[in-house]
Design a protein. Sequence first.
Length: 147
Amino acid sequence: MKNKMQLQFSALSRNESFARVAVAAFVAQLDPTLDELTEIKTVVSEAVTNAIIHGYEENPDGMVYVSAAIYDDGTVEITVRDEGKGIADIEEARQPLFTTKPDLERSGMGFTIMENFMDDVEIKSQPESGTIIRLKKHLALKNALCN
Ligand SMILES: Nc1ncnc2c1ncn2[C@@H]1O[C@H](COP(=O)(O)OP(=O)(O)OP(=O)(O)O)[C@@H](O)[C@H]1O
Ligand SMILES: [Mg+2]
């Protein structure tokens, strides 16, 4: 069975914790380990922060779209989408320590963290039209049945 949810919210930094907690509460149905939940919260924070800071450059008129789907086999799929400025060179953006905002104390580790914590990270982006990040993780199910 598939169970899914969607959120949309203004591109304000203060909404980052809202998105992180909402996704964690949804995924909690799969009875994740504490480590798995921490990893999921961290990647949601990273991707949502990127949408707000890079995609919209903190213009709160922008909207961030987050969706999550969970499956009985323990698979979690999360997407974070913005309609902001997009990424010119995705391969370059994925490199550890690459950042276009070193001035804002960014370390360029967001995508590297997402790749370390998730089983699959897909980035689609078009300059001036937006970015979608698709994150997948397979949880080690402790319970045979998830209802
Ligand atoms: N949603 C987005 N829209 C536009 N550009 C993005 C988006 N997400 C990432 N980028 C680009 O990719 C680069 C790398 O992102 P990454 O999250 O790895 O590092 P960072 O955000 O710069 O620093 P950190 O995440 O460590 O604070 C960013 O500096 C930015 O140029
Ligand atoms: Mg980042």
